[in-house]
Design a protein around this ligand. Structure first.
Ligand SMILES: [Zn+2]
Length: 347
């Protein structure tokens, strides 16, 4: 379909934040339609489910048509856009250019202005779902969130940012995503609470390896956030390691194997083995997650020359309290990346 158009270019006030490009008002208006065009479907990546526009955006009573890059018309209400986006608010606070046909009419009823926007229909559909009184889209991967954050920032919509940020650190996304990617996005978007949550999760992974992994697979996500945020994360990890190492080095265990005539001394044998292995692990991940797991503790025992088959069981029975006390103290070590930053700024 094509329509003869007249176009009035819109110039945004220079004082406003990020500028959506290629805005133009155009007329005449395509007649209202209840069925979304199918042209957008062919252009979508095969991995994504078919896109379908929400029926709310075919409302014939709408007072504006947003026409996306893939030429899908969204019939919307300006008031909702104005209340949700600083960019749309600025845009509509200015009278339309003289050539604008906002008062024009046709045999189909009052004319509705068309605003061309450079976004694809799929993204705009989600953006509009976020700002309309409709169920918001739910995201299950960070790949879906990245372009939506870009869009929210571009259209200066705090409302959409707030919806997205709550999903960024959702249990599902945190479980499925390398924590450093979540931290990177939280830093890029300057979301303090989410930075803190993601940084604490990063303590449970090998950050150096994760960074290499990101560089290989998602290099774009390493851009647009500050080196300061990365050094703070590294400092948090290293500071926490030093504190944890101090606790581990101070570990003193008493006990001997009481099975039969074994009398194996744990203090002399197993504790040094555990300490050495724990320090190596804590250097990478300074949390209690790995070093107090049953697998880790027993693997240390297996590396020492057990005097009898019951030594491991006896060791765990006698040193269980000591280890759980140590675990509690490590769990209480600072994990707030925002505090690390503030502490250095106060110096
Ligand atoms: Zn024994």
């Amino acid at each position: 379909m094509s329509y003869p158009t007249r176009t009035g270019q819109y110039m945004r006030p220079t004082s406003s934040p990020p500028t959506p490009t290629n805005f133009s008002f155009s007329v005449p208006i395509p007649p209202p339609t209840r069925s979304p065009p199918t042209s957008s479907r062919a252009q979508l990546p095969k991995t994504k489910p078919p896109f379908s526009k929400h029926p709310a955006f075919d409302n014939p009573e709408a007072d504006l048509i947003l026409r996306t890059a893939d030429k899908v018309p969204f019939r919307v209400f300006r008031r909702i856009l104005i209340e949700s986006s600083d960019i749309f608010r600025d845009l509509f606070s200015i009278p339309p250019p003289p050539s604008s046909p906002s008062t024009a009419s046709s045999s189909d009823g009052p004319a509705v202005p068309v605003l061309d926007i450079p976004e694809p229909a799929r993204l705009m559909n989600d953006f509009l779902l976020c700002i309309y009184p409709l169920p918001s889209p739910r995201y299950t991967s960070i790949e879906e969130l990245v372009p939506m954050f870009d869009l929210a920032r571009k259209y200066a919509s705090q409302h959409v940012v707030d919806l997205l940020r709550s999903q960024l650190v959702s249990p599902e996304i945190m479980r499925k995503t390398v924590a450093l990617r979540v931290y990177a996005l939280a830093c890029k978007e300057d979301l303090e609470y989410e930075k803190r949550i993601a940084a604490a999760a990063c303590l449970e992974i090998d950050i150096d390896k994760a960074a290499l992994y990101m560089e290989a697979l998602w290099p774009e996500e390493l851009k647009n956030w500050s080196a300061l945020d990365l050094t703070r994360l590294i400092r948090l990890r290293d500071t926490r390691f030093e504190l944890a190492a101090e606790l581990v080095r101070g570990l003193e265990g008493k006990g001997v194997c009481t099975v039969g005539t074994c009398r194996h001394d744990f203090q002399a044998d197993y504790f040094p083995e555990f300490q050495e292995a724990a320090l190596l692990e804590l250097r990478k991940c300074p949390t209690s997650k790995v070093v107090f797991s049953h697998t880790f503790v027993t693997s240390c025992l297996n590396k020492t020359a057990a005097s009898c088959f019951s030594c491991a069981r006896e060791y765990l029975a006698t040193s269980g309290m000591i280890l759980s006390h140590l675990k509690r103290r490590i769990d209480m070590l600072p994990d707030n990346v925002l505090e690390v930053g503030r502490a250095s700024e106060e110096r």
